[in-house]
Design a binder for this molecule. Sequence first.
Ligand code: AMP
Length: 227
Amino acid sequence: MDAATMTTPAVLILLGPPGAGKGTQARMLEDKFGLVQLSTGDLLRAAVAAGTDAGKAAKAVMEAGELVSDQIVIDILRDRMAEPDCAKGVILDGFPRTTVQAEALDGLLAEKDQKISAAISLEVEDAEMVIRISGRYTCAGCGEGYHDTFKKPSVDGTCDNCGGTEFKRRADDNAETVASRLSAYHAQTAPLITYYDGQSVLKRTNAMGKIEDIARDLEDIVASAVN
Ligand code: AMP
């Protein structure tokens, strides 16, 4: 299955708390199905690094582990979805995170005659997420994700994907900020599980196991959702 065999572009949503593995799994699905991963967290970090107005407004909020304003995030997402590569279909990673964002996405898709293929809830316990987040890091060159315990590079200090030797950890992956991010998830994002269940596009998957096993479950869900 690839973009050429899909009739309308697939729109997949990965729902789940910080540390559930949304980014890791989105990257694997991107490769497998020829879709484009859109992470609002990555887009916001790029805006912060570039010093744009949106980035300046978002910086302190992100450092506190709270949610950036709906308007900023919706604008960033809308602009990114208008780029030509998104015609292949998208995997939304970290968006929507509020009901206002979910409604904005519905409106955006309706304008393009598109609809949500599936909203997949990655289900993990809070204690497990703290362990996952505190050990994670990425390749500074290509963004491939690693973990001190669960996913080390095959050759110590060298990225499996691009051979890079520089790695980085996110500023907000620390114990205090993780607590705020989890409470923002439970208060503002978890209600979207009911929202998408109401639209009959919700799929749930246990995201507590090994990365490869979760990936296999997700591939099955996505394969039937995009057909
Ligand atoms: P993430 O990389 O998805 O964990 O996001 C990192 C941070 O970016 C979050 O803790 C929020 O501060 C901000 N952020 C990312 N996506 C959104 C969103 N859809 N709505 C509001 N804030 C967001």
